[in-house]
Design a protein around this ligand. Structure first.
Ligand code: F6P
Length: 535
């Protein structure tokens, strides 16, 4: 019997037990853990002490502690790309981290200082556009070169003290056109964010932005900066080295917002607040390294995830921030979790014996309540929910809004836990004067099965430090899930085929090549595009 088998047996045995029945006076405290001031409550899941022990055994069986130490120490744990995984080094600039016998931290510190000087110059009006001080920054990037800074710039809006920041990612010309149309090219800084500096969407948008600027600005390249590992390509693009901020191949795209890819965030909130963001990430790193597994937040999030997805078979996971400024967190986590753990083979190339990571999706509350929560409460599938909530908002004069927000968040997890039984629903209908068959029929529509799992991550306030903690928490959660599943969370070969086929289809849509060899559906769609002016 493996630990996986034990867990499956445990799940079978607990099938008829409700989560609510697990609650006694110690349940909430016993199935919660803290990192600093942050509290993670997973008591509203069907995990009991024995199940938790088995889940921890799963992590131990997978050699989690050794893998974690290997990551932090710069070993090449991204085996399919032969790379170390050291985004953690970016948020711990005073450390010393060796890769292949060389301390990589002097380079990290130097780049951070250069970013800080540049950000301050932009913010203070020392770095000028042709028309004067920079009023707007446009970050052009996609995936990891967009989602992190876009999410964080919105999340930390109360801390903005620099120029306005905009993000262009989609190759759909609508995105760049809508973004640039109200901006002044003479006071706009364009940041081209691309680790490889080859990504077609980013380079197409960068070319368009350069064209837009060249109509009004004598030297557009002087208002461009680049965030990239490919110094040769940024030079060929004409961006002067003093505005190129590089990073090493041991920073994966979706883990890169802690370094140069975070430049737009640094310009928005200033270097000091950016350092607080880094410190939050570093604090979570320390917690992940030092806290025992049973009280370790990233480990617990991962174990709850494994329990729900691989053991209980719940295929999706809803991320529900009761925090409007975390609007982009679900999209950010989709890349972080699904690009990292959406794999079909284990590290050694063998087929996975079980499902890989879940579908991650979500929206802020309370908006989601008026959209898709119906299905979460009464649909036939179980969807584990992850709530996030701050004790306080930033709008102190609107504290009554925040109380309503918090009440709704707690009410949702309570409703998922308790549900509403048929007798309770009948009593409500009876009180409304219904009787007989109509009462029965109406009551059945008002039954909530309950017993639906959720977790809540609660923190004092969404400060730069706390955001850093949250993002590092999710990064390590993905890492732990990946280790337990035996997969490489740091490559992304699954995005390649679509890119190759798109490159091959472009000449077909331009009428320079035929569609021979394509399947009938693709040929039909090409035909439609060409007949309707899409070529
Ligand atoms: O979608 C694949 C991917 O490689 C992501 O992993 C990455 O974040 C994104 O493309 C952008 O890549 P780059 O920063 O090289 O432009």
């Amino acid at each position: 019997m493996t630990t996986w088998d034990d867990l499956a047996a445990r799940h079978d045995a607990a099938r008829d037990r409700t989560i609510l029945s697990l609650f006694d006076d110690s349940r909430a405290a016993g199935f919660s853990a803290r990192a600093g001031e942050m509290l993670f409550d997973y008591s509203k899941t069907n995990i009991d002490a024995e199940t938790r022990d088995l889940l921890i055994r799963l992590a131990e069986d997978a050699g989690l502690a050794a893998r974690r130490d290997a990551m932090f120490s710069g070993a090449r744990i991204n085996e399919t790309e032969g790379r170390a995984v050291l985004h953690t080094a970016l948020r711990n600039p005073d450390a010393s981290v060796m890769v292949d016998g060389q301390d990589v931290m002097p380079g990290v510190r130097e780049t951070l200082s250069r970013m800080e000087r540049f950000a301050e110059d932009v913010r203070a009006g020392r770095f000028l556009g042709q028309g004067g001080a920079i009023t707007d920054v446009v970050n052009i990037g996609i995936g990891g070169s967009d989602l992190g800074p876009a999410m964080a710039v919105l999340a930390l809006a109360p801390y903005h003290s620099g120029p306005r920041c905009h993000f262009v990612s989609n190759v759909d010309g609508a995105h760049v056109a809508d973004t640039l149309k109200d901006l002044n090219p003479e006071t706009t800084l364009v940041i081209v964010a691309s680790k490889t500096f080859t990504t077609i969407e980013t380079m197409t948008n960068a070319d368009t932005a350069r064209g837009w600027m060249s109509g009004r600005v004598a030297d557009p390249a002087a208002q461009f900066a680049a965030l990239s590992s490919a110094g040769d390509r940024t030079a060929a693009y004409g961006i002067a080295p003093e505005r190129v901020f590089g990073f090493e191949d041991w920073v994966g795209g979706r883990y890169s917002m802690w370094g140069p890819i975070g430049l737009s965030l640094m310009i928005a909130i200033g270097p000091e607040k950016f350092r607080e963001f880094l410190a939050g990430g570093a604090a979570m790193d320390a917690h992940f390294r030092d806290a025992p597994l049973a009280g370790n937040l990233p480990v617990l999030l991962a174990l709850v995830g494994i329990w729900h997805n691989q053991i209980c078979g719940y295929a999706t996971r809803a991320v529900l921030p009761y925090d409007q400024r975390l609007l982009r967190l679900p999209a950010y986590l989709q890349q972080l979790e699904m690009e990292s753990n959406g794999k079909r083979v284990s590290m050694d190339g063998a087929d996975l014996p079980r499902h890989s990571g879940p579908v991650v999706w979500g929206e802020p509350g309370t908006n989601g309540q008026h959209a898709f929560y119906q299905l979460i409460h009464q649909g036939t599938r179980v969807i584990p929910c992850e709530f996030l909530l701050a004790a306080q908002g930033h709008e102190r004069e609107l504290a009554h809004h925040h109380r309503l927000l918090a009440a709704n968040c707690l009410a949702q997890s309570e409703a998922l836990l308790r549900g509403r039984s048929l007798p309770e629903a009948r009593a409500i209908m009876e009180a409304k004067g219904l009787a007989g068959e109509e009462l029965d029929r109406q009551a059945r529509h008002r039954v909530f099965p309950g017993n639906r799992p959720s977790t809540t991550l609660i923190y004092p306030r969404l400060t730069p430090f706390v955001l850093g903690q949250i993002i590092a928490l999710y990064e390590h959660r993905v890492f732990v899930e990946g280790v337990i599943l035996g997969i490489n969370s740091f490559d992304q070969w699954g995005v390649e085929l679509g890119k190759e086929l798109a490159n091959a289809l472009q000449p077909v849509l331009e009428g320079r090549a035929g569609a021979e060899g394509k399947d009938g559906s693709t040929r039909q769609l090409i035909g439609y595009l060409l007949e309707n002016g899409g070529g």
